[in-house]
Design a protein around this ligand. Structure first.
Ligand code: SF4
Length: 282
């Protein structure tokens, strides 16, 4: 039986992208290939908020006690090794059992599964078939992988996903690709990998979601969109305001919505910010 290191497992409403508003189980896996310390910082500077939190690590016994951050990656504890002991390694059996405990009817109805991170398409690809084949997961119809779009699908997992959808007409796999622009602090050549994202379209629906804070971010997004389109990417493009906390989000959500309209792109809100203040477990 496979195991997955789980940072969070909770039931909420999807706040972003294609499934905004849909009741969803969030499975947040541990580990990421990026750090994204540039979010919310002046260009070229990196956030050190997490350093302060890490220096007080002994004060936090459970994940939910960790402070929220206003700069850098807002799910830092799902990949930073200093917080790894707060994320248990669970068997796929235990995960499936826990999922049916937290959904309203004890079985899948209209809920959707979001496999997120961290970066969920790192090594855990080998464990997902075990989870999805579990008896308690049979009623699941829709899955979204929230990915940064840098991880190729393994041939085995690509084949598995193809079979998972082909055997049931109402099953659907989505890749919500939050490609990282320079405002994240990550390097363009590491983050913008169009051929990887085009491959996701071979087994499901893929869309791109760019986090925008400034005009420079939008100019970067336009360059990235051109690169993805040139490589053959066909999916929808969303612009989403920066802001894991309400004060930051409220500053630019209208501006980003206007930019999306003006350029014929889709706007994604972050419903979890006004609804739940982006607390852990939402
Ligand atoms: S890719 Fe996502 S999870 Fe990973 S560091 Fe960046 S924002 Fe955080």
């Amino acid at each position: 039986m496979s195991k997955i290191k789980i940072a969070e497992l909770f039931y909420s409403i999807q706040g972003e992208g294609r499934y905004m508003g849909v009741p969803s189980v969030f499975l947040r896996t541990f580990g990421c290939n990026f750090k994204c310390q540039g979010f919310g910082m002046p260009r070229g500077e990196l956030s050190t908020e997490v350093e302060t939190i890490a220096s007080r690590i002994s004060e936090f016994k459970i994940y939910e006690e960790l402070p929220l951050v206003t700069t850098g990656c807002d799910s830092y504890a799902s990949w930073d090794p200093r917080f790894k002991d707060l994320s248990p390694m669970l068997t796929t059996d235990a995960i499936a059992e826990r999922i049916v405990e937290i959904i309203p009817h004890g079985e899948w109805h209209d809920e959707h599964l979001v496999i997120t991170g961290g970066e969920p398409l790192l090594g855990w690809q080998r464990a997902y078939p075990d989870l999805l084949e579990h008896d308690k997961m049979k009623g699941l119809k829709e899955i979204t992988f929230e990915t940064n779009g840098t991880q190729k699908l393994t041939p085995e997992f690509k084949h598995y996903l193809g079979e998972w959808t082909a055997t049931h007409w109402d099953r659907e796999v989505t890749f919500s690709v939050s490609a990282k622009l320079p405002c994240s602090g990550e390097k363009w050549d590491d983050a913008i990998l169009p051929e990887v994202v085009c491959e996701y379209e071979q087994v499901g629906t893929a869309y791109l979601k760019f986090v925008i804070a400034t005009e420079q971010d939008f100019a970067d997004a336009e360059c990235a969109i051109a690169a993805y389109r040139k490589a053959g990417f066909k999916g929808h493009i969303y612009l989403m305001p920066v802001g894991g906390v309400e004060s930051v989000y409220a500053l630019n959500n209208r501006t980003v919505a206007d930019l999306a309209m003006k350029n014929g792109l889709r706007y994604s809100d972050r419903l979890q910010v006004p609804l739940f203040k982006n607390e852990w477990g939402t």
